[in-house]
Write a new protein. Structure first.
Length: 361
């Protein structure tokens, strides 16, 4: 089969690495990079470290408002699909690149497969929630990481083409964890000791686009009695500069550039706690057995909260401070996201789904 895979943003490079490896054993894959992320540290570093095949197309769309960015991707992806005429389009996660890929496929009556289908935060103010819902409704094959995701789809009437396969981020972590431990020197470079620092990442618009929320988060991190390593997403850096908060950074917060995946894995694995508003980082914290404090009011990864390893604190200064001091997971750890074979299962299922929901095509 000929499959066009669409990626564009940092977490999609990480998710596509194991899937691409499995797909190419049995299928022809054409890799399309929309260009949504383009800095070296947000894109190229992942292709190099994870040995992802070079994209066959880089659409170079770049940044923009949601409508302009998604619209430009839609037109450019359509052009690729008209040339390549694939049997299926594969999209990942919940970014504007995901929605553009699924929509371009649906408009051309090409079956679409969605990896990480069925996730819901039930918060339509998140751009990702809109992307998830629309992508799922435009997809023919829906690869769910959790039983909750399968149930969410059923609630919306989507039951055909739904497969519970586990999470491809487990596959990515299993493949790279030892490599990260051997190769990464990030703790030494930053100058922190295992177990004696916190890691923070922030990039959700609900936080970055609010000076009050960013001030509350940084103020709380500044109260921690240990180093906080803070790899800063370019979106966040832009806003911190605009708010004048970069210049006023508390001394214990170590502001660094976005990290490659191997450095990020080692940094997270040795942290005392992780504070984040990232979807992927919440999951990885759980997989690594590190307590997670989530700087959001809701999460699509509810299992991590129910298991007692993740706590939602929003951007409330006092709550963040008290959780940094007190949060201790109550429960034992058990696998929530599958057995690390999701990519292989996806590659096996894909041929069976070519015509699902697309009668006559
Ligand atoms: C996007 C996704 C989000 C995902 C995140 C992963 C959407 C709506 N959002 O958010 O779901 O969690 O990626 O990191 O698709 N920028 C750079 N260099 C880059 C990329 C971005 O400077 O390489 C800056 C630009 O100022 C840009 C801003 O970051 O305007 C936001 O980038 P964008 O891709 O629109 O959204 P993210 O916040 O990265
Ligand atoms: N990540 C990384 N370097 C960083 C921050 C995050 O490699 O500086 C990885 C992280 O380990 C996870 C993925 O990027 O695998 C999560 O992406 P992000 O937080 O950008 O997006 P989200 O998951 O929220 O969509």
């Amino acid at each position: 089969m000929k499959i066009v895979s669409i990626v564009g943003a940092r977490p999609q490079f990480i998710k596509c690495a194991p899937v691409s490896r499995e797909l190419r054993k049995e299928h022809e894959e054409i890799l399309v990079h929309t260009g949504q992320h383009y800095d070296h540290g947000m894109s190229e570093v992942f292709f190099e470290e994870l040995r992802i095949p070079r994209p066959d197309y880089n659409l170079g769309i770049g940044s923009g408002t949601h409508g302009r960015q998604t619209g430009a991707m839609l037109g450019a992806i359509e052009g690729v699909l008209e040339i390549e005429k694939p049997d299926m389009v594969l999209v990942y996660g919940d970014t504007n690149s995901t929605l553009a890929g699924a929509l371009a496929a649906a408009k051309l009556h090409i079956p679409a497969a969605h990896v990480e289908a069925g996730l819901r935060s039930f918060d339509r103010s998140m751009p990702e929630e809109v992307n998830r819902v629309l992508t799922d409704h435009a997809s023919d094959l829906l690869f769910c990481p959790t039983a909750t995701a399968v149930a969410n789809l059923a609630t919306e009437g989507i039951t055909k083409g739904v497969h519970l396969v586990g999470d491809v981020m487990v596959d990515a972590m299993n493949y790279n964890r030892t490599i990260a431990e051997e190769r990464s020197r990030i703790l030494e470079d930053v100058g922190v000791e295992p177990g004696d620092y916190l890691v923070a990442t922030v990039h959700r618009p609900s936080n970055t686009d609010s000076p009050e929320n960013m001030a509350a988060i940084l103020g709380a991190l500044g109260e921690a009695d240990r180093s906080v390593v803070f790899p800063v997403h370019p979106r966040t850096r832009k806003f911190l500069r605009e708010y004048g908060l970069l210049a006023e950074m508390p001394e214990n917060i170590r502001v660094i550039e976005p990290l490659g995946y191997l450095d990020m894995l080692r940094l997270m694995a040795q942290a005392e706690k992780i504070l984040t508003d990232s979807g992927g980082v919440q999951k990885e914290a759980y997989m690594l057995g590190v307590p997670c404090i989530t700087l959001r009011e809701n999460t699509e990864w509810v299992e991590t909260v129910e298991a007692g390893w993740n706590v939602l604190v929003g951007a409330e200064r006092e709550r963040i401070i008290s959780m940094i001091r007190e949060f201790a997971p109550a429960g034992d750890q058990f696998p929530l996201f599958g057995n690390g074979q999701a990519a292989a299962v996806i590659a096996k299922i894909i041929p069976s789904g070519v015509t699902i929901n697309c009668p006559g095509v």
